[in-house]
Design a protein. Sequence first.
Length: 182
Amino acid sequence: MDWSDVAETVARVAPAAGGALGGPAGAAVGGLIARVLGVDETPEAVAQAAADPQAAERLKRLDQEHEREILSLTLQAETTRLTEINKTMRAEVGSDSAWRAGWRPFNGWMLALSLAVVNFGLVAVVLRDPAQLAQVVDVLIWSVVAQGAVQGVNIKQRSNDKARQLGQQPGGLMDLVRSARK
């Protein structure tokens, strides 16, 4: 059992505390709840104590009196989580690894190679059995569409990464529309 398992039970009486239990600040808020209830700082002990009607009153009071503290704990935990994600993303962008820098261009080359194979395949089908052309085109078109969509996303993301490396804020289609309206 972990804190998120107790979150729903606590949230019935104390919504702010229960909501925080299910999030990144779960352990800190769980410890606060356990201290208020006078039990061990474990999800099991809190779950058992939460069934007591007197505990419900204490949880309501906790929710009212410590709402700001609970929110602060939640925000701190979320900020820490996002900071770690940001560090990871920056390390990836700053990497000189051929694999990291080359996987998007690799997808482009694979798309070009696949299209070449598809074209040769279509020619072979037409020469051998022209009646099968419709079925082959139906199957192959979805492959080309899927690869093209992946390549489109890769091109956009690679452009965004390069803009960030230059210290620029990457923009999108709506940014162009907004700037044109001004």
